[in-house]
Design a protein. Structure first.
Length: 202
């Protein structure tokens, strides 16, 4: 099973709100639309991938694409180009090219009363995002969280357990495979808990 297919294990409907942080080419959000037809917001800082998302969902008024990343503070940062591994961390792949990209503070998510599901796949920025979600007490308003923790040198060792401790306060980990994890808000239904990671072949 591909990572994008994890979308079908969310607990969503046509009225739900899904946030995709690190939308890439829009495949994960496309699976949300196919399975639930939910309202979706994509944050994608790379200009080329942003345009691909715009083109993919140009006829769908339930999907809103924002040309920006999410971080602790609003700022402009260098985004290092490396295909699927495009990242704000040069040491991740040490690419030859980069471009300036916008980052919006995680505070922007306070504008939403309830986020039913969120996918975070942003090549190292996930640690900063989760810490900030905890700092601003926003996790209580998020249902399912699907996140990939990248082994950025000097970052994962310092930040991974911190993020685990933050998430455990409001959510329960229901699935893990390689670098991917699924967290479900406590006291909610946990539809993914019975999945066998060996069958997922992620």
């Amino acid at each position: 099973m591909r990572i994008t297919e994890l979308a079908k294990f969310f607990d969503l409907n046509e009225n739900s709100l899904f946030i995709d942080i690190g939308g890439y080419k829009g495949e994960f959000t496309q699976n949300i639309i196919l399975n639930y037809n939910s309202n979706c917001i994509i944050f994608e800082p790379n200009w080329e991938y942003f345009k691909e998302c715009l083109n993919l969902f140009k006829d769908n008024n339930k999907v809103f694409v924002i040309h920006a990343g999410i971080g602790a503070t609003s700022e402009i940062k260098n985004l290092y180009d490396h295909g699927m591994g495009t990242s704000f961390f040069y040491e991740w792949h040490k690419p030859l090219t980069s471009s300036e990209s916008y980052i919006l503070s995680v505070n922007i998510l306070q504008n939403f009363k309830q986020i039913d599901a969120m996918k975070i796949n942003c090549e190292g920025s996930e640690y900063e995002i989760i810490e900030s979600l905890g700092q601003y007490n926003l996790l209580k308003d998020i249902g399912n969280i699907c996140v990939e923790f990248h082994p950025i040198e000097g970052l994962r060792d310092k930040k991974y357990q911190i993020c685990q401790d933050i998430l455990q306060k409001s959510h329960t980990k229901t699935f893990t495979s390689k670098r991917w994890e699924m967290w479900v808000k406590k006291y909610d239904n946990i539809p993914i808990a019975t999945l066998d990671a060996r069958e997922m072949a992620l």
